[in-house]
Design a protein around this ligand. Sequence first.
Ligand code: SAH
Ligand code: SF4
Length: 362
Amino acid sequence: MSESTTHDHDAVSPWTPSRQQWASLFEDEPRYRVDQLWTGLYHHDLDPIDITNLPKPLRRRIGQQHQPALTPAAEQQTIDGDTLKWLWSMPDGAEVETVLMHYPKRSTVCISSQAGCAMGCGFCATGQAGYQRNLTVGEILEQVVAARRAATIRSRRLSNVVFMGMGEPMANYDQVLEAIGRLIADFEIGARNITVSTVGLVPQMLRFAEEGLQVGLALSLHAANDELRTSLVPVNRRHPIDELVAACQLFRERTRRRVSLEWAMIDAVNDRDQDVAELADVATRARAHVNLIPLNPTPGWPTTGSPPERVAAFAADLSARGVNVTVRANRGTDIDAACGQLAGGPNRRSGTESPVSLDRHR
Ligand code: SAH
Ligand code: SF4
């Protein structure tokens, strides 16, 4: 455990600096010290203070300016232990959440890219809470470190990372891109096992397509006509559906990967026959795959998710129209841990289970 007991507000996360930045901080040290630090941070998931092959005075020196940014405020897991959620608090009081999900063949962490979100989608708990700030590279990566530590304890290997937690990753583009680079190069997570989900910020989607990465892109569509989509996802006014379709096409051309269209099924809102037809048209034009997920209830939104029969019928209808479709199960709804609807707001502790452990250890 860390020796630092108080958190310095000006401290930087040890996972924020690049290797080169560490090298310039270590100018007066033998060159292999940076390698030792880097290996400790990225291969052994250690806080600098716990990297014992570094001399203690050096660890202390690092600790003066570099301290982990995320302190666990609460930790919850489902009864089967397959889904784990953390609520983190940061030195400035901002809070974010992270969810780790174990599946038979993979373990996926769902991470946040911002504290809050400015996009204001009414059905989303994060949108309801509003925007606080962008996360730093270190704050993004520390979530992965925590998930990997927890996975290792269960003899599981963290294989997948999805940017589907709090915030809009494309609105924090530079930090997210840098974090992705580190995930691939240093955490050794395959680019194809990383997915960035966006509300549809077209300029950034186009830029992302040109980065030469094999990272997956998910577009939160939820409605396939502009009037309905604008009512659900206000940013649609700026980037309407035709622009989104063009961005998906470009992404496909540049990366040879198809975009997945996310569709949270809302009872009697976007699960009608008309919606199937419109979605089939958009998915075909965008040459995209469709993921259906029933909407998770949130306190600030009156409508509920479509019943399972409706989800199944909707999926069958799409499939009959030649669309590639997957129905995704909600994970961890009993601890409010459904990926993508992490609640920074009033319901964040309203899980039907009480937290199994609540450790404040810093
Ligand atoms: N801001 C990005 C990524 C975070 S949200 C985005 O919007 O894509 C991750 C996913 O969760 C998105 O597809 C989002 O639309 C979805 N989501 C948000 N609130 C939800 C809810 N209440 N039920 C189901 N999915 C939800
Ligand atoms: Fe932001 Fe995504 Fe929630 Fe919309 S759905 S408010 S973009 S986090």
